[in-house]
Design a binder for this molecule. Structure first.
Ligand code: INI
Length: 159
């Protein structure tokens, strides 16, 4: 048996993307934004097809991602932020709600909302994931956004 396999591509020309990024730990989140922009540019997305929305902290990302998704103007939403563990359970609450909220945006609207949130125990771990030794989660999120946007388009137009 050889059933058809459907997979998105990295052909991003003509697609529109929103980035929703928090301001907390901006010395790291700004690197995630740079990484995401680099990824989108590499795949042929034009500057005018990208809008960036800044929110105070990661906890605020889901609401704005939802509103942006509901606008119907974007093929995918790239959510970026950095949550670093402190001495209290605060981290768990913020990280948990941010994760659930972003996932809900996708499922509720049908527009891919990509999880480009770095959750780390230390600044060093987060730095490694924001353009350091462990890559750039913003760049990876941009590629996932293109793959998901093209897969959604394929399902809508070709099934
Ligand atoms: N927000 C973050 O984006 N990262 C964090 O590490 C963080 N910590 O550690 O507290 C954080 N908190 C703020 C939160 O996201 C909200 O902005 C705030 O609670 C107001 O709703």
């Amino acid at each position: 048996m050889k059933p058809r396999i459907h997979k998105g591509s990295l052909k991003a020309e003509g697609l529109r993307f929103a980035i929703v990024a928090s301001c907390w730990n901006d010395f790291l989140t700004s690197r995630l934004i740079e990484g995401a922009l680099g990824g989108l540019e590499k795949l042929g997305v034009l500057e005018e097809d990208i809008e960036i929305f800044r929110v105070p902290g990661a906890f605020e990302i889901p609401l704005i991602a939802l509103k942006v998704a509901e606008s119907g103007k974007f093929d995918a939403i790239i959510c970026l932020g950095t949550i670093i563990r402190g001495e209290t359970p605060h981290f768990e609450y913020v990280a948990g709600e941010t994760t659930k909220g972003i996932s809900l945006v996708s499922v509720k609207t049908g527009i891919p909302a990509i999880f480009g949130i770095v959750t780390a125990d230390t600044v060093e771990q987060a730095t490694n994931r924001a353009g350091g030794k462990a890559g750039n989660k913003g760049y990876e999120a941009a590629l996932a956004a293109v793959e998901m946007a093209t897969l959604c388009k394929l399902i809508k137009e070709n099934l």
